[in-house]
Design a protein around this ligand. Sequence first.
Ligand code: IFM
Length: 800
Amino acid sequence: MERKKRGRLFESGMKQRNLPSIKLRKGAGEMIKDRFSERLSKMLSSDDWMILQDKYEPEENLKFESLFSLSNGYLGIRGSHEEGTKITLPYLYINGVFDKSETFMRELATLPNWLGIKLYVEKELIGIEDCEILDFSRALDMKHALLAKRVLLRDKQGRETLIEGIRFVSRANVHRMGIKLYVTPMNYSGIIEVESIIDGTIINFYDAPRFKVKHTYMKANEKLDENGAYIEVATRDNHLHVGTGCHIKAYKDGKDILKNRMFSAFGEQAVEFSDFDVVEGETVEIVKYVSMYTERDVAKYALHTNVKEEVDNFIYTGFEEELAAHKAVYRDMWEKADIRIEGDFELDRAIRFNIFHLMSTGNERDDRVNVGAKLLSGEEYGGHAFWDTELFMLPFFSYVFPKTARNLETYRYRLLDAARANAEKNGYQGAQYPWESADDGTEQCPDWTIEPDGTCYRCYVAVYEHHVTAAVAYGVYDYVKITKDWNFLFNKGAEILTETARFWASRCQYVAEKDRYEINQVTGPDEWHEPVNNNLYTNYLAKWNLRYVISLIDILKKDHTEEYHKLIEKTGLTQEEIIKWQDVQEKMYLPRKEGTSLLEQFEGYFELENVVIEKYDENDWPIRPEALKNRRARETQIIKQADVVMLLHLMGEEFDEETKKLNYAYYEKRTLHGSSLSPSIYAIMGLKVGDNSKAYRYLRRAAFIDLLNLQKNTREGIHAANTGGVWQTVVFGFAGVAIGEDGILSIRPNMPKEWENLTFRIHYVDSWLEIRISADNSALVKVLEGDHITVRINGETVEV
Ligand code: IFM
């Protein structure tokens, strides 16, 4: 059974519904930014960069909080409303700040939220849930990484207030975050009272009574300086301190007009009260300057001072200037990461949405953190890193942001000792990476979860699902293949690969009567069959890991003796071991149907009831077969997600065309895509086997998974692996980018009929390239920076 999150079962047999539930486009001729007043509109981008929410529906709040989350790699904050709403999970995470307390595993602790700005007129809260909404728009501007809003609210006395504004978490200086609101009383004059809040009461699983947990305790709730507010909390297990400070100002004609400032510590809320006079029709600008630091960044005793100085400097720099610096960083990032498709507007924007969230979360500065399965946008899976990182997200970072990719690799290296300990604890040798990884590298997939009725449920995922260790090994290989970071490979990478190979050698057993090695009691990517014997995907990757490291060690021994000796010294590797590994990899059992090219997902799979998908819904999505009404998927050949097809995706060059075609067709008929990790892989492989139209439909599905809440759980956060899968589908699938055995970059496009052209940029070796593909599948490669390069375009080798 797959991993349940505290009793709630996600990603299984999703129900489909009609597209769409979110407006992606305003209306012909009119731009989304036209919804905002001129002063805001001129800050905003064109429609291809904007995601619009044009209606306030409280029951959609949690979905929009995920969609509109902002991250600068250091922290992530969900897109909650400043004034607070009834339905909300107003979470803020700093990557790396984990805590366990009463939960089953260490999870990202939700930290004090600084979004709070409450405006009152004569004690009436001017909030979307407290007033009549006359006008409402929120828009995520992906180009500038900011969230814009416009609300026109009528309170019970008939007073109308227009509030417009933006928020951003600076990427230029990740410790600065800001909100600017333009407040205009439309039909009254008087006093507006303001509460600027830092809320330390927020707890994980806020809306799930059984699972609620508070991961922090209060260390300080005080003034930031003369004015402003400061909250310092510490995590309950490791007592790691986190400081949050803010200062609010209200400007009219350039002057701060806030009066009557008064700080109050209300329990775990820091509230700074103030007020200002307003005149009908005249706009006041409210700015909230915020900063956060943790003990991971500065010494505990210096936290308050650092936060205060950062806020002071932010005020000194100015909101606009900081925003300009932030936009400049994003301009740079988009120059590298954007994919532009002409002829397919909605899909183009949806792909950009996926890239936006993925690149925003990657951290080019910190190699102690990874990217969680929900990025920093929601609580599901506690911020843990899975195989999702190496196989879905890493290729994007390796090609587009190699520094971030290196950090992700270094994260695994840093936790190699923990993986060694994990292997030992489980009775194996070498290094076994945990199925779910947080900050210390111990297994964070819970052994137990709780059903909604309070009964305990034994969760076997970590016990059986071992292929993450192969994914880490594959990640090293893939990262180096793309970046040519030999230094990493020969030192850290070789050590990881040696220890993971050692794990696989100890994980399998020799069956003398069959003269073969087997891996039994294991779960492959398809988590609906757990456990099985000899999952082909796992066995194949284990074999690959062994084979690859043997050849790597050979190279080190011959050409890099210093690194070779270091490796031997660090790992204690012996010649006998290598001989054994050779035998294991040669004799690893790889199940397939006797005498055919049909690969068998695991031993005995073909003996299961042969249920196939026969019906598709109006969105061309598989409908759960009737047969599953009275039996469990594990009794049938119906699978959750790409498994054999995942293998074909990773190891495609080792299988002939016929095998790929046959197996794609077979498993496609039996895959329900109960995981978001599946559609993109079927899209890429669909193209490889010539099923182009299906591939295009799979890409659409993947690109819109969160925007249209297709898995019904976007409220829990953005599907991180899928964001990387979407990028891979375009670049590896439709553009046909690959690196040949000879190390030459090749491009063999396969453009859908809908696209006029496709443009994107990648790094390869020492060059930065722009690749532009036309509808007729011709491709143009331009070297934007760096060395000339040899590429193979549609089979023809050219110098660029
Ligand atoms: O790693 C995945 C797994 O393959 C399917 N369930 C969700 C996990 C986290 O995304």
